[in-house]
Design a protein around this ligand. Structure first.
Ligand SMILES: [Zn+2]
Length: 236
C-alpha cells in the first residue's frame, strides 16, 4: 500500500470532468448561482445564507433571514427567496417556507458529513459528493468529508488542506456524476452524485439498475468540478 503521508491531490480538468462541465452549463446558469446577474438585495441574501450556514451548522431559517434584513418587508424577502429557488441557487420546500438546500449545503442529513477545521464553523451536510469537494474552494478553509460507498456502505474519508486532498480512504474512490436533470439539482441529480469505494463497486451497484446518463469520475476530476461550481459563489 502506498504511503499516504505525502499525499497531495490537486484538482484536474480531466476529459470526463470537461464533459460533465459542458453538460452542466448547457442546463444551468452558473453566473446566476454565483450572484453575477442578481440585484444587490438578492445577492446579499444569497451570500448571507451561504456564509451563515457553516457558522450555524445548518441553513438559516426564514426568521433569521428576516432578522438580518429588517429593512426588507417579509413579502420582498419571500420574492427574493423564490427567485433564488428558481435559479436553483437554493431550494425551497413545497410550502416555500424552509430552505432545504443552499448548494453546497443541505438542510437535512445526507451521506456526506462535512467537518470543518475552523473554530467558528460547525459541522453540516453537503448535498452531494461534488458539492462536498467544492466547499473548501468557496470558504477557503480546511475540512474533512465523511461519507460512505453507495454500494457497500463502507466508510469514505477525505481530508482537504489548502485546497488539496491530503488524505483519501480508500485510495481508489470514484464519483458517479449523474446527468439526468429534471427541475432542479436538489430533487434530481444531487442524490445521484455519490462516492464509491472503487470502480468495481460502482459496476456492481449499477448492474441491476437502468442505465443512467452520467460520468464516472476519478477524484481529481470530481475535485476540479467542485472547484468550478463553488470557488466563485462568495466572490460577487
Ligand atoms: Zn463499496
Amino acid at each position: 500500500m502506498k504511503s499516504s503521508k505525502n499525499l497531495r491531490i490537486k484538482p484536474e480538468f480531466t476529459t470526463k470532468a470537461k464533459k460533465v462541465y459542458q453538460a452542466a452549463i448547457s442546463v444551468e446558469n452558473l453566473d446566476d448561482k454565483h450572484g453575477k446577474g442578481l440585484s444587490e438585495e438578492e445577492n446579499n441574501i444569497r451570500r448571507f445564507i451561504l456564509s451563515q450556514s457553516p457558522i450555524l451548522g445548518r441553513i438559516p431559517s426564514m426568521e433569521e433571514i428576516k432578522e438580518r434584513f429588517v429593512k426588507l418587508t417579509n413579502e420582498k424577502i419571500q420574492v427574493i427567496l423564490k427567485k433564488l429557488d428558481e435559479l436553483d441557487a437554493i431550494h425551497l420546500d413545497n410550502n416555500k417556507t424552509i430552505i432545504t438546500a443552499a448548494y453546497p449545503f443541505a438542510g437535512y442529513q445526507t451521506a456526506h458529513l462535512i467537518k470543518f477545521k475552523k473554530d467558528k464553523y460547525n459541522n453540516l451536510y453537503s448535498m452531494c459528493a461534488v458539492d462536498a469537494l467544492g466547499i473548501g474552494f468557496m470558504l477557503d478553509c480546511d475540512y474533512s468529508i465523511n461519507s460512505v460507498c453507495l454500494h457497500c456502505n463502507d466508510e469514505i474519508k477525505i481530508k482537504v488542506k489548502n485546497n488539496e486532498i491530503v488524505y483519501l480512504q480508500p485510495e481508489n474512490i470514484v464519483i458517479w456524476f449523474d446527468m439526468e436533470y429534471s427541475c432542479c439539482a436538489a430533487t434530481s441529480i444531487c442524490k445521484n452524485i455519490n462516492f464509491f469505494s472503487s470502480t468495481s463497486h460502482f459496476t456492481e451497484w449499477q448492474q441491476d439498475k437502468s442505465k443512467r446518463k452520467g460520468a464516472l469520475l476519478q477524484i481529481q476530476g470530481a475535485f476540479y468540478l467542485g472547484k468550478l461550481f463553488f470557488e466563485k459563489r462568495l466572490k460577487y
